[in-house]
Design a protein. Structure first.
Length: 320
């Protein structure tokens, strides 16, 4: 007989604190958007029994409805899906969600880093195809039942952050380097990742990567699926320039960030000259706050847009 969460979680006090913080029924009960979930595991998580343990954990919660394993496997075979975890597969997430009538997907996959095994955990919105949460856990440091509990907590965190579903879509492009040299090319992805992380902490806001926007736009154009009551996506882009002081090895950086609503630039921010360690702080305190302010201003005035316009915005903008 399967032990309950209360029995197995006693193995770890930190896990108990974590679960109590995010799995409180009163918290999950407030979510009306993501009620029906599909747990999709890769071959490794199925063979180890991890996906079954996670399914059993979530089945204990009365507010979560789960797609039956048999129904899910039939849908996966019908769609001939091999991987649902990369941004390039976002369109397939839409297909699978529609086929099994799920509100959200919980995706589990295994990998290794520096010789250490880990489990990748992703939650996705079936209405937009957007990733809502992304976590990695060491599968060598945690027992399998503890790992299942950690993964179930990711679902509860998603429910807490999106009680009314995805309300706003934002795409953050890799920043453009204006330097002639390539010493700081790594900042192109680092800056967009820092800003994406800040924005992704906001309730109801989903950050789309460029490949996700492309894939979602293509799939919507094919299937005719509509994102009802979805707001216009906001597109964030940035660039930076570095200069090195002649009397030292230190460099300074000038960062510029723009927010576009379709073709209209609605906000532009310039940092002035910053030291390298202060760039993340500026992106969080200044840029992140400004973007959120723009989103709040648009919330009351933004009209719902048609599927055709949504597809055009996601596809055309992402292709640039």
């Amino acid at each position: 007989m399967k032990k309950s969460i209360s029995h197995r979680i006693a193995l770890s006090l930190p896990l108990l604190v974590l679960l109590l913080a995010f799995a409180d029924p009163s918290c999950v009960a407030a979510s009306e958007a993501f009620q029906r979930w599909a747990v999709v595991g890769d071959a490794a998580s199925r063979e180890s029994g991890l996906s079954d343990l996670v399914h059993a954990e979530l089945a204990e919660h009365s507010k979560i409805e789960l797609v039956e394993r048999e129904e899910l496997q039939l849908a996966i075979r019908e769609l001939e899906l091999s991987s649902l975890h990369t941004a390039l597969q976002s369109g397939q997430r839409l297909q699978l969600g529609a086929l099994v009538k799920a509100d959200a997907l919980l995706l589990l996959s295994s990998g290794t880093h520096a010789g250490q095994p880990f489990v990748r955990v992703v939650t996705c919105d079936c209405a937009s195809g957007a990733r809502l949460a992304y976590e990695q856990y060491s599968s060598s440091e945690l027992k399998i039942d503890e790992l299942a509990i950690r993964i179930s907590v990711v679902v509860f965190q998603t429910l807490a952050r999106f009680p009314a579903g995805v309300q706003r879509l934002v795409t953050v492009s890799p920043f453009i380097s204006k330097d002639f040299l390539h010493d700081f090319d790594h900042l192109q992805n680092s800056c967009s990742a820092w800003l994406s992380e800040v924005l992704s902490q906001q309730p109801g806001l989903a950050v789309l990567e460029l490949e996700e926007a492309r894939a979602i736009g293509r799939e919507l154009s094919i299937t005719g699926q509509q994102l009802s009551e979805r707001q216009r996506p906001l597109f964030i882009s940035g660039e930076y320039l570095s200069k090195r002081h002649a009397d030292s090895e230190a460099s300074e950086f000038q960062v510029s960030v723009s927010a576009r609503d379709n073709e209209k630039v609605i906000a532009t921010l310039d940092s002035g000259w910053l030291s390298l360690p202060t760039i993340p702080e500026w992106l969080e305190s200044t840029t992140g706050s400004a973007v959120l302010k723009q989103l709040k201003q648009r919330r009351s005035e933004t009209r719902s847009i048609s599927r055709t316009e949504q597809v055009r915005l996601l596809s055309e903008r992402a292709e640039r």
